[in-house]
Structures are given as structure tokens and as C-alpha cells.
Design a protein. Structure first.
Length: 276
């Protein structure tokens, strides 16, 4: 099922400056390869709708400083080596996999990374098994799961959107956005590892505050929230997510006829122009 068409989004001014350099005659830009990453939009029910968990990254962070994000991060090799206990649909691959991609691009690895990051950053365990609450968050994640007879709940996370950092950035990520419901009885604990604030907010409320300049967010987060705002209960989100096969969206600069730098959204793997 194709995602609904979305309006174009404003990109940070710094990206425009780098794009000018990239497109200038004689200019050169060594495009770094993106690293596989996973982020989890954790949702819960509220009266008359849903809420999503947002976290703010400190201004000292090297990437996305001061931005409001979902829990997530880079897919580590250990997430993809098959040693982390996992329960889910073995052949389920809702996100496209580029030619030559390694194991970190597989759905199993993405869900392991998403669950690990959600545990580390929000204290929420998206895992299967009795007593599925971490007693010691500092324990080695795979070892703790094995000792407790638990496993990553791969079937509890579903695809939402897929964005790749623009080629003009020095640090790039191929990020798959997943959605998951907050487990019954679970509470969020912000350990301050890579965030300095966590809070629940309706997707529509987050968008209102973004438009007023009260919440700083990157375009992919805005896109994910805009689409979540179309739903009024978590179950409907999960039903819609199960049908999704998100395309890898990449903002790419181009030179317009008038000489100005414009941006279009392309399929990162095929180069097809999807929107301007």
C-alpha cells in the first residue's frame, strides 16, 4: 500500500548552503555512505486519540542537536549477527533493501536495534516473555534476554516511514521509522543517555507546536508525526502499518532554470523523483 502524498518540507538553511557548494561548477562533494538506523515511534492510547513519545537531544550532541526525536539510533553489527533472541515473522521484509546491503539492513536487525535503543533511552522493553521488565538496564542486552528466557518482540514493531539523510550532510543515516504500542503497564524512564527531556504528546499537538516554532524537529520526524495525526487509536495505526511498504525518501538538491537551488524528494535507491 502506497503512503499518502505529503507536502514538501522546509530543510535547514545549512543544507542549502552545502547544496550550493555541491552544485557549483567545479565543486566537489565526497558523499559519505549512510549508516543503517532504526527509530521507534512509541504510541499509547489517550482519551479521544493517541499520544506519541518524543525526546529532546541535548545541544551538545554531534547529530541532531536540540532536535525532538523518537528513541532510536544506529544498527550495530551485534544487532545483525543473529545472536540476540528474537521472535517475529522470519521472512517479513517491509523495507526495501539496496543492492549490496549488509545484514544491518534486514528487518530483524532493525527491530533488534529499535528495541535496544528504546530500552536504553526510554526504559521500555518491547520484548516477549514472562516478566519482561529489565531489572538492570546496564546489563548486556543479549545476555540479559538469554538469561531471562526473553526475546525481542519483532512482531510488535511495524514499518511507518523511511528516510535517508541528504547527500550534502557529513553524517548520514538510512533510517527506518517503526511504530510500536506501549506495552500494558510499562512506564517511560528517561535515563539522560542521549536526551535531556521526554514527554508524551498528541501527534497533532506536536505539529501545532512545531509550526509555532516551539518544537525543533527534522523533516522525517515531521513527516512521521503528520501521518500519525490521521489516526485516533493505536490499533488503527498498527493495522495501517502492517500494510505499508515505505519507499526510501531522500531530499536531493538540483539547480533550477533560474539558477536557484531547489529540493526534490527522490527514491534513494532508484533515483526516481517522487515530489518537488
Amino acid at each position: 500500500m502506497a503512503e499518502p502524498e505529503r507536502p514538501s518540507m522546509t530543510l535547514p538553511a545549512e543544507l542549502h548552503r552545502r547544496a550550493e557548494a555541491m552544485l557549483a561548477d567545479g565543486g566537489a562533494w565526497d558523499v559519505p555512505p549512510p549508516r543503517d538506523a532504526a527509530t521507534v515511534a512509541l504510541i499509547r492510547s489517550r482519551a479521544g486519540g493517541i499520544e506519541v513519545l518524543l525526546q529532546r537531544r541535548p545541544g551538545s550532541m554531534a547529530f541532531a542537536a536540540g532536535m525532538h526525536v523518537f528513541p532510536g539510533g544506529r544498527v550495530e553489527p551485534a544487532d545483525a549477527d543473529g545472536t540476540v533472541p528474537w521472535r517475529g515473522p522470519a521472512d517479513y521484509e517491509p523495507f526495501p533493501i539496496p543492492v549490496g546491503a549488509g545484514a544491518t539492513a534486514r528487518f530483524r536487525a532493525l527491530t533488534v536495534a529499535g528495541v535496544r535503543e528504546t530500552w536504553e533511552e526510554a526504559g521500555v522493553a518491547l520484548i516477549s516473555g514472562a516478566g519482561a521488565t529489565p531489572a538492570d538496564r546496564h546489563a548486556e542486552f543479549p545476555a540479559w534476554l538469554a538469561e531471562q528466557g526473553l526475546a525481542v518482540a519483532g512482531d510488535a514493531l511495524l514499518p511507518w516511514v523511511h528516510w535517508i539523510t541528504p547527500e550534502v550532510e557529513a553524517k548520514r543515516f538510512d533510517t527506518r521509522f517503526l511504530v510500536a504500542e506501549l506495552p500494558e503497564g510499562a512506564e517511560v524512564t528517561d535515563y539522560g543517555v542521549e536526551t535531556d527531556r521526554s514527554f508524551w504528546i498528541t501527534p497533532g499537538g506536536a505539529m501545532d507546536r512545531y509550526r509555532r516554532g516551539e518544537l525543533s524537529m527534522l523533516p522525517p520526524t515531521v513527516d512521521a508525526l503528520e501521518q500519525l495525526a490521521d489516526f485516533d487509536e493505536p490499533g488503527a495505526v498498527m493495522v495501517a502499518a502492517r500494510r505499508r511498504r515505505p519507499r526510501p525518501l531522500l531530499p536531493r538538491p538540483y539547480r533550477s532554470r533560474g539558477g536557484a537551488v531547489g529540493w526534490r524528494i527522490v527514491d534513494a535507491y532508484s533515483g526516481e523523483v517522487l515530489r518537488r
